[in-house]
Design a protein around this ligand. Structure first.
Ligand code: NAP
Length: 293
């Protein structure tokens, strides 16, 4: 409540945005967005709404009824909201996932700002704009956004999942929507002991962890970090610590890397702009996020 009390006073003109998901109590988005609203003295508030899977239809109908400006969408609703919306952006359609809903003139539009978030952060980090090969570990919702972002800068994107059929399904869904060559492989084939790991990782310029492994500090999975080329960059979508177990293991054999804080910042900033039409104060949002990490 401390953060809310210093917002522009709440009144009938206050605009409400927020987050729907389950759980949402770990989310850094309220802190980041409310800091931006405060800095720009905007009469806006961002709240986190825990919404169970079986109530997502009610929640989306509620947005429309109450006239919220929009919401972010997180696990487990990123896919299930699609049929509840009036229009879906091409990027969200390609990803098969919506992370931002915008309500304008009574119509709900689904957007995906995760792809933009990744692209902008890789721009900030100076990750090579053209890659012979990129690798994504995991094949869930954010892996799809990572593949879409990577496919624009890579000739080949290799998707590795513990259940190879999940990687194959992702590749099958996205193959016709992107220009890069997409390949699926079982994660076990990229383990240090796997004979083909060296060949599979040859030429990789960027390896992205899109699994939640390491989020609670647990060790990363068996992965042939040393088989990646020396200039390969490692990117972890996890942002709960600066040196995640994935980044730690990569650094141990001399690789550079970064966590997903910049993606979180940029996907949020893009949503902020979609809702408000105002340029987001990136530095304010970055500082607010850093205070929570
Ligand atoms: P998700 O849809 O649940 O997908 C997770 C993927 O990781 C699945 O392929 C899953 O395989 C795999 N996985 C889970 N546990 C594993 C294990 N022990 N070993 C091997 N594979 C495992 O989750 P998501 O939404 O893609 O999120 C993934 C991560 O990205 C989370 O840590 C999330 O916090 C982070 N994220 C960060 C941002 C950001 O802004 N930085 C944005 C979105 C997500 P199974 O299906 O077999 O379990």
């Amino acid at each position: 409540m401390g953060a809310l009390s210093s917002l522009v006073p709440i009144g009938p003109q206050t605009n409400l945005v927020g987050l729907i998901g389950d759980p949402v109590d770990h989310s850094r988005s309220p802190v980041m967005h409310n800091a931006a609203f405060r800095a720009l003295k905007m009469p806006w508030v961002y709240l986190a709404f825990p919404v169970r899977g079986d109530r997502v239809g009610d929640a989306v109908a509620g947005l429309r009824a109450l006239g919220l400006a929009g919401v972010n969408v997180t696990i487990p609703h990123k896919e299930s909201v699609l049929p509840l919306l009036d229009t879906i952006s091409p990027r969200a359609r390609t990803c098969g996932a919506v992370n931002t809903i915008v309500l304008r003139r009574g119509r709900l539009r689904g957007e995906n700002t995760d792809v933009l978030g990744l692209e902008r952060d890789w721009g900030d980090l100076d990750v090579a704009p053209r890659l012979a090969k990129a690798v994504v570990l995991g094949a869930g919702g954010s892996a799809r956004a990572a593949v879409v972002a990577l496919a624009k800068r890579s000739r080949t994107v290799l998707v590795a999942a513990r259940r190879v059929e999940q990687a194959e399904a992702l590749v099958g869904d996205l193959r016709s929507a992107v220009r890069a060559r997409l390949e699926a492989v079982a994660l076990a084939r990229l383990a240090p002991a796997a004979p083909e790991a060296v060949d599979r990782l040859a030429g990789a310029g960027l390896i992205v962890n899109a699994t939640p492994v390491g989020m609670r500090g647990e060790p990363f999975l068996p992965f042939a970090f040393a088989a990646a080329p020396p200039d390969c960059f490692f990117y972890d979508l996890i942002y709960t610590s600066r040196r995640t177990p994935f980044l730690e293991a990569a650094a141990h054999v001399g690789h550079r890397g970064a966590n997903g804080e910049g993606m979180l910042l940029h996907q949020g900033a893009a949503a902020f702009e979609l809702w408000t039409g105002v340029e987001p104060p990136l530095d304010v949002m970055r500082r607010a996020l850093r205070r929570t990490l």
